[in-house]
Design a protein around this ligand. Sequence first.
Ligand code: ARG
Length: 471
Amino acid sequence: MQDNAKHKQSSLNQKAQAWSGRFNEPVAALVKQYTASVGFDKRLAEVDIAGSIAHARMLGAQGIISSDDVIKIEQGLAEILAEIQAGTFEWLLDLEDVHLNIEKRLTDKIGDAGKRLHTGRSRNDQVATDTRLWLRATTDNVLESIQDLQISVLDLAETHAETIMPGFTHLQVAQPITFGHHLMAYFEMLKRDAERFADARRRINKLPLGAAALAGTSYPIIREMVAQNLGFDGVCENSLDAVSDRDFAIEFTAAASVLMMHLSRFSEELILWSSPRFAFIDIADRFCTGSSIMPQKKNPDVPELVRGKTGRVYGHLMGLLTLMKGQPLAYNKDNQEDKEPLFDTADTLLITLKIYADMLRGITVNKANMRQAALEGYATATDLADYLVKKGMAFRDAHEVVALAVKHGVQKGCDLADLSLADLQQFSPMISEDVYQVLTLEGSLASRDHIGGTAPAQVKQAISRARKLVG
Ligand code: ARG
């Protein structure tokens, strides 16, 4: 009896947990540590407060709590926000998560009004709302950062709309292109990335609040009022789905994975091009590091890390998909595990986009080396075949004639353009003096003069169309 009384006392002292009334013993220390999320979800504090204010205003407007309570709640939350921003707010592991930490502080400040804030709400719809609010703002940052990167791609492409380089297939010299054209391929990828994030944002921007624990609430709430107040485009239309859906987090991470995949491809090219074997480009020293043992080294660490961090973002996507796999409706504590991968995806993506835009601004091009490489791989062989076709030869025959001419060039150790007319005519009498126009790099480029082609005039038009998109 005495023991019991004692226990009750200690459980009262322990009444840090908002839900502890039902329990006969305090939660084990290790379990507290295991289940608490405040260490990472405190990042949601600002949106949690915004969500609470919108909820309280609606409760007040509907007469569910008094307007006096609403005023106190708003004032208390404003003070708490200031404490959090000043770094003086004390986060307690005992209070489990961001929501209960803020609610407890509010109640300490304003008493009973604070206890009424959670009327008609559950942490289940609260956390889903917070995460969506946070992700919406983050998506907007991502969209802005993509645009900045697109602008730096465009600036470099514009400078090099006429800079000739070899285009590759199978990493073998294929046909001449301009460096600007090559860069514009990445602009297109980024354009699709921006579309994907903008599309994901439409589904992120729906309000879960009002779903309460899972089934809705018996109070006369108006969810649309809260949605409008918080800038949501509408409400999640099924309460069970509202608290359990994490598709929005998966979609964001999937879009981030595709974007990182694009940047890892770009990085691989920057790494190759900056290696002394290619020596096409130079990456500014401030984006590279040296070797502690080999004094001659200048390593492209930034693109290498972008390539490496791509794996980490893919990992988060797989983690989130697996987190949701087989979860029964509605909310399960598993869902708390969505935050760290989501936060890390966003952090990794945002810093990568920023550093990439800066790094491209520090790239210089060795035009002579690029041009020389384009001259060395029989890059205009297709142009010679096309020339013969235009003179009446069937393409397959032309292909064969040019293959023999290339073989001859290889034996002589020179390019097609270096073979004499007499030499070339051995392979076909259709070849005449005008062939040299198509065998030059400039002639080859200029002839690909249609939308999407590498003719410098087309590249410039593509750049000016792209400029309009990124305003
Ligand atoms: N910290 C929790 C999370 O991030 C909040 C929701 C908890 N809900 C619950 N019924 N335990 O998911």
